[in-house]
Structures are given as C-alpha cells and as structure tokens.
Design a protein around this ligand. Structure first.
Ligand code: ATP
Length: 305
C-alpha cells in the first residue's frame, strides 16, 4: 500500500489580541529616546487575524480598506516577516493578509499584534521551529508591545515594555471600549509627556498593590487602582476626551481608563449584562463602543491548511 502524500502547509492564519495597560507607569526619557516603563498589560478580546501564504515577493493587504494602515514596507507585518527570515538566514517571502478588528491608532497596539501574528504564522508556515526565546527577542526588536502580543494574558512589562513577565490574574472582566473617530500619535503623546512631566522617575515603580489585587481576583480593587501616566498628556492633546471621561465616570466612578497612549477609553465591568447596558446607553448618546473580555490568550494559530 502506498503511503498518503503529505502536502506542504499552504496557508496559516494566526489571531492576535489587542492590549490595554491596567497600569502604565512611564519614566523619564532615556538617552536612546525610549521611556522606561513599569506596566501591567492585559490582552483583551479584540483581534486581528493575519493570514500568510508563500509568495515570490513580500506584500501585505487588508481584507477591508482602512485609513492609516500602510500597505508597503512600512507595514510592521512585513518588517516582522523580513526579521524572521533574516534571523534564519533564509531567502523566503510571503503574502500577508490582515483582517483588522483592533482599532488603528487607538492605543491598543494593533500594529504590534500584526507583527506578533506574522512571526508566529510564518514560523508555522515554513516549519522554522524558532525557539520562544528567539521569537520574543525578534518581537522586542520590532516594537515594545510586540512580545506581549505573543504572550497574552496579564503580564508585567518592564524595560521599555518589551521585557514581559506573566503574572497571576484571577479576575475575569468585561471592558467597554469607547472608540474615537480620530487616532492619536503615540510619539506625539510621549513627546508631550516629556514636557508636562519634567520630574518623571528614572525607573517607574512596579504597582505591587495592583499585582496583588489581580492575583486575589478583587475586581473592585483593580478598578480603583487603574492608572495611566500618559493621561495628562493625552488630555492636553485631545481636550474632547475630558468630556467623554466625565460621562463614563458617571456610569462607573472607578474603572475608567485611557488605553495606552489613547485615544480609546475603557470602562471596567465585572458583569457582562452591566457592560451591555452601558454600551446600549452610550450608543444612544452617540458613542461608538464595543465590549471586550479580558484577560484573553496571546497570538495563536486558528487555521492551518
Ligand atoms: P501603539 O500604541 O502600539 O503605538 P496604536 O495601537 O496606537 O499603537 P497602531 O494601530 O498599532 O496604533 O498603529 C500605529 C502606527 O503604525 C500607525 O500610524 C500605522 O501607520 C503604523 N502601522 C504599521 N503597520 C501597521 C499595521 N499592520 N496595522 C496598523 N498600523 C500599522
């Protein structure tokens, strides 16, 4: 009897989550231009799906057109692909197709999710067997938030955010995600942070009380401890966010947070029905919003064909 022929893998799709920062402690700008961070990342249930197929040259496309996403070598997904093949000393290329579910320029690290998804998808497509250590290192060179998109869950981020240590999180929450029609540039927010925070610490402290509240599963305490050092800078650049924040605080006095460098705002709920009611209420008032659970898994294969 002849053995069944095994076809090589043709197409891999990896799903990668958005991130939020339950705590974003930002230190003084380093000589290399980066900022030291002490952050608690949480992966939340908004996703980009990245599909890769072998191709004679690198290219990237979107399943639906979206302003602000480059479709050339500037796209971080192509940079990720090139970094992976360079690491292995190979001369390969791929077609990368991105289905975006993560808001663009929303402070939820959508580009970083695409980079992480591309690394994992190409590793599987070509069976490169890249070690976790190497994948995380390549991810960290691509961007500060890329390693966390691989790891997911809830994690402490140090260094410039690229040193990721998973932590215990016994909460299970629902985030009301309030989107903004206009994006906010991350570099612009950090530059303004430098101006309005001349006394920033050299090394921001790890938020131990929040780490303990997450391990204990105390959602109320987590809500009271949410913090983001970029908030004053983002408010200055986007004064319209102050009114949105005020309206959210009427619904949830604790538990309102700016996502990363903004402009997306978040509202914490322990109960999904409460979150649904809040979304319906906000939509009636003209806000664009959705619900995302947290924490969720990091980048993972969803189709392997
Ligand atoms: P961060 O907070 O990580 O800086 P963000 O979530 O605010 O990011 P992104 O959606 O990641 O914003 O986009 C940041 C910039 O990266 C955009 O200006 C966009 O031009 C560029 N970019 C490059 N590749 C991508 C990609 N695959 N998806 C989205 N943006 C991308």
């Amino acid at each position: 009897m002849s053995e069944a022929r095994v076809e090589p893998t043709q197409r891999v799709t990896v799903r990668a989550p958005a991130k939020i920062n339950l705590h974003l402690g930002v230190g003084a700008r380093r000589p290399d231009g980066m900022h030291p961070l002490a952050t608690i990342y949480q992966a939340v249930g908004l996703y980009d799906d990245v599909t890769v197929t072998d191709a004679p040259a690198w290219s990237v496309g979107l399943t639906a057109p979206i302003d602000g996403v480059p479709l050339d070598e500037e796209n971080i997904a192509i940079r990720a692909g090139r970094a992976l093949v360079a690491h292995h000393g190979l001369d390969l290329a791929a077609r990368i197709t991105i289905a975006k579910g993560i808001p663009v320029m929303g402070g939820m690290a959508g580009g970083s999710a695409d980079a992480a998804a591309t690394l994992l998808a190409l590793d599987r497509l070509w069976d490169l067997q890249t070690s976790d250590e190497d994948l995380l290192r390549i991810a960290g060179e691509l961007g500060s938030d890329v390693p966390f998109a691989l790891v997911g869950g809830t994690a402490l981020g140090t260094g410039r955010g690229e040193v990721v240590t998973p932590i215990a999180d016994n909460t299970s929450v629902w985030w009301v995600v309030v989107l903004s029609d206009e994006g906010l540039s991350t570099p612009a927010v950090y530059q303004h942070f430098d101006q309005v925070t001349p006394d920033a610490a050299a090394e921001p402290p790890v938020p131990q009380a929040l780490v303990a509240a997450l391990a204990d599963g105390y959602t109320d305490e987590v809500g009271a401890l949410l913090a983001n050092d970029l908030w004053p800078a983002a408010r200055d650049l986007r004064p319209d966010l102050v009114d949105v924040e005020d309206q959210l605080r009427l619904l949830a006095p604790d538990g309102v947070l700016l996502s990363g460098s903004g402009p997306t705002l978040l509202m914490l709920h322990e109960d999904v029905e409460e979150a649904r009611v809040a979304v319906a209420d906000l939509r009636e008032r003209g806000f664009r919003c959705t619900i995302a659970p947290g924490p969720v898994a990091g980048a993972h294969v969803v189709t392997y064909a």
